[in-house]
Design a protein around this ligand. Structure first.
Ligand code: THU
Length: 130
């Protein structure tokens, strides 16, 4: 897996973020086991509740294309016009990951740049999952 490339794709996806309410822009790049990359951004809504996180956008794109086997996801985020922050997947996104991914092997890469990142397994970020 090319971690830097995956992070780069997440940053590109972040440019598409639709976040006029929070002004917090998130991008994700999901790597399938057969080497495909599905990207996603957060998509907000004036009713707030229908907002979709970048991670789930990427997952739902992939699953709707018939892909269900995943190796890793890179996540980048931060306030609009501000330097990238450490952005961790929310609980709902972790649960969606749990539906499709193996806790011990699926990697979640939280990055501030191509060189500055932290890698966790899904099991570390969602222990004792349902
Ligand atoms: N958000 C994501 O897209 N992914 C995360 O990991 C955390 C939060 C989005 C949801 C909302 O559009 C904005 O960030 C602020 O919460």
């Amino acid at each position: 897996m090319d971690v830097e490339e995956l992070i780069g794709e997440a940053f590109k996806a972040r440019e598409k973020s639709y976040s006029p309410y929070s002004h917090f822009q998130v991008g994700a790049a999901l790597l399938s086991c057969d080497g495909r990359i599905f990207t996603g951004c957060n998509i907000e809504n004036r009713a707030y509740g229908p907002t979709n996180c970048a991670e789930r956008t990427a997952f739902f794109k992939a699953v709707s294309e018939g892909c269900r086997d995943f190796a890793a996801i890179a996540v980048v985020g931060g306030g609009e016009g501000k330097p990238p922050a450490w952005c961790y997947p929310c609980g709902v996104c972790r649960q969606v990951m749990a539906e499709f991914c193996t806790p011990d092997s699926f990697k979640i890469i939280c990055a501030r740049s191509g060189k500055e990142y932290r890698i966790y397994t899904l099991g570390e970020l969602l222990p004792e999952m349902f």
